[in-house]
Ligand binder design. Structure first.
Ligand code: DX5
Ligand code: ZN
Length: 209
């Protein structure tokens, strides 16, 4: 299992040490919120750029914004491995092409109430599918176990259609919910509050792995 700590719950007055504390992470997950697509604002390109310059871990950028086409180029750092957009947002097709042109992995995400079938028109273009296991917008919410049905469907779909995207879940991941994720076939978990509320983050990451 790969682990992507979400720095949304980190101490932003102490970012350098916070990054130091998660050095064994597989990716760093950046939650970007525009205050419209979700009812919250997080941080933007300037802080993300500083993060990219202060780590040697690849970045997994999660755009919770209405106009990803405008925002994608602003998160194209040397360390950006994936940029994930929501298929509920505007200009999905054009944004997928824009991410590909930047030679960054394309991530596609759906909110809990969006059916999996809405993803299928775009799925062949995806390097990563992010299934939200909370309503996006805030860290520290409870895991929606019913969303794992989508993960199980995706595992079958991927095999049947000989595709090779990664399957990621985001929201409410901790030592109690991780086993169900593993059993469903998840490849990457995003974990925010579980890791950053721990004293020893490295052990927290290891235990999820
Ligand atoms: C929710 C974000 C998540 C969130 C995860 O909008 O996409 O990445 O911060 O936080 P926890 O692990 O605290 O649920
Ligand atoms: Zn996220």
């Amino acid at each position: 299992m790969k682990v992507a700590p979400s720095i949304l719950t980190a101490d932003f007055t102490n970012l350098k040490e916070e990054l130091e504390s998660i050095k064994n992470a597989d990716y760093i997950h950046l939650d970007i919120m525009d205050g419209h697509f979700v009812p919250n604002i997080s941080f933007g390109p300037a802080i993300s750029k500083k993060i990219s310059e202060n780590t040697d871990i690849d970045l997994d950028v999660h755009l919770m914004v209405w106009q990803p086409l405008f925002w994608v180029p602003k998160f194209a750092f040397k360390r950006t491995k994936y940029i994930t957009i929501h298929i509920e947002s505007d200009d999905v097709k054009e944004t997928i092409e824009a991410i590909k042109e930047l030679e960054i992995g394309v991530g596609l995400s759906i909110k809990p109430k969006t059916p999996l079938k809405d993803l299928y028109p775009y799925i062949k273009k995806a390097d990563l599918i992010l299934i939200m296991t909370v309503e996006p917008g805030f860290g520290g919410q409870s895991f929606m176990e019913d969303q794992l049905t989508k993960v199980k469907e995706l595992v079958k779909y991927r095999e049947k259609n000989k595709l090779d995207f990664m399957i990621e879940v985001d929201g409410g991941i901790n030592d109690e919910t991780i086993d169900a994720c593993r059993e469903a076939g998840v490849d990457i978990v995003v974990a925010g509050s579980y890791i950053f509320n721990m004293k020893n983050r490295k052990e927290g990451i290891e235990s999820l792995k």
